[in-house]
Design a protein around this ligand. Structure first.
Ligand code: AHM
Ligand code: MG
Length: 340
């Protein structure tokens, strides 16, 4: 059998990265491996989602029970489990819990990191077989090691993330993560059950031709946003024709596509959601970090997302993110610089 040594697994890759840092403890590698393990378990159940009724009827109910949407509870349990039993994470905050959880055992209290995550974003799409995903952000705790983590460990601005990533359960399953050194994507190879490096050093193209927004909300958007969308639709043939509109309604899928192909994603405030919809801590911040490392930008329309000082674990923000050139173009409309 020919073994392709060009291919590196997630574990091999993260361990190789350690060689450049002689004082590194390996805790981040270990944490990413833990998240990769949870992702593989979630992937098995997500891929069976359409069978739940059939299996249920046959009295072979799978772990997440009879309701497909309970997959988000399953994903939450798996992620929390691997992080609690690993050696790198002192506590977590999740979309599924009102408050953070300090693991508060002797090993966890000595751990360096806290993780904030959305275990299964877009889960309302599961029953239509649309790609869904897991999103996570990793921070170094600010409280003293040796004690349980505190609220301050979690309420840090996104710029302090040490790493951030997502898993997309799609036509193939991918884990993409960023550290300050770069963004790398790993595709799950089902034959060996390992994530293998398939997209090294991802860069977001500085200009793209895709804009992603829920058009149904158009009349609830502010004027500047409406004008920008109008601009996307009116670009004439001299500048390549109108942009293409793509909106899955599953954040991980929409942003994975735009990261790879270039594009812009908008979830502005609406008249009925004046604070925005998406959650700063485990939706906006991880993607803002990934896109910035890849060369893109992310704002709330005024401020850089990564600079926002959070006040609550579940706070919402308007969210604009994408290719640098398109974000600059958007800014000129939000600043009111372009006349109506
Ligand atoms: P969820 O956390 O309840 O799954 O909602 C988040 C999802 C994102 O994946 C997606 O970008 C957005 O909500 C879509 O919202 P809308 O249906 O309003 O366009
Ligand atoms: Mg979500």
């Amino acid at each position: 059998m020919i073994v392709n040594r060009q291919i590196r697994t997630l574990d091999e890759f993260t361990i190789q990265q350690l060689r450049d840092f002689p004082n590194a403890t390996g805790e981040l590698s270990s944490l990413l491996r833990d998240i990769g393990l949870a992702a593989k378990r979630v992937n098995v159940e997500v891929s069976k989602a359409g069978l739940v009724d059939i299996l249920g009827d046959a009295n072979l109910v799978n772990v997440q029970g009879e309701d497909v949407k309970k997959l988000d509870i399953y994903a939450n349990t798996q992620l929390m489990g691997v992080l609690k039993h690993g050696i790198s994470c002192a506590g977590i905050a999740s979309e599924e819990f009102d408050d953070f959880i300090a693991f508060n055992d002797p090993v966890s209290n000595q751990s360096k990191y806290v993780v904030l995550f959305d275990p299964l974003d877009g889960s309302s799409n599961i029953d239509a077989n649309v790609s869904i995903g897991t999103i996570f952000g990793v921070y170094r705790r600010v409280s003293e090691k040796g004690s349980p983590v505190t609220r301050e460990d979690f309420l840090q601005p996104g710029i302090r993330q040490v790493a951030a990533g997502y898993i997309v359960y799609g036509s193939s399953t991918m884990l993409v993560y960023a550290t300050r050194r770069g963004v790398n994507g790993f595709t799950l190879d089902p034959s060996i059950g390992e994530f293998s490096l398939s997209h090294p050093d991802i860069k977001c193209p500085p200009h793209g031709r895709i804009y992603s927004v829920n058009h149904g909300n158009f009349h609830r958007f502010e004027r500047g946003v409406q004008q920008y969308i109008d601009h996307c639709q009116r670009k004439d043939e001299t500048n390549g024709g109108p942009y293409t509109q793509r909106y899955i309604g599953s954040l991980v899928s929409d942003l994975h596509r735009n990261l790879i192909k270039g594009g812009i994603f908008l979830y502005p405030v609406t008249t009925d959601m004046p604070g925005g919809k998406l959650r700063l801590m485990y939706e906006c911040n991880p993607f803002a970090f990934i896109l910035e490392v890849a060369g893109g930008r992310a704002t709330d329309g005024k401020r850089r997302i990564l600079d926002i000082q959070p006040t609550g674990l579940h706070q919402r923000e308007p969210f604009f993110i994408g290719s640098r050139g398109m974000m600059d173009e958007l800014d000129s409309f939000l600043d009111g610089a372009v006349p109506a």
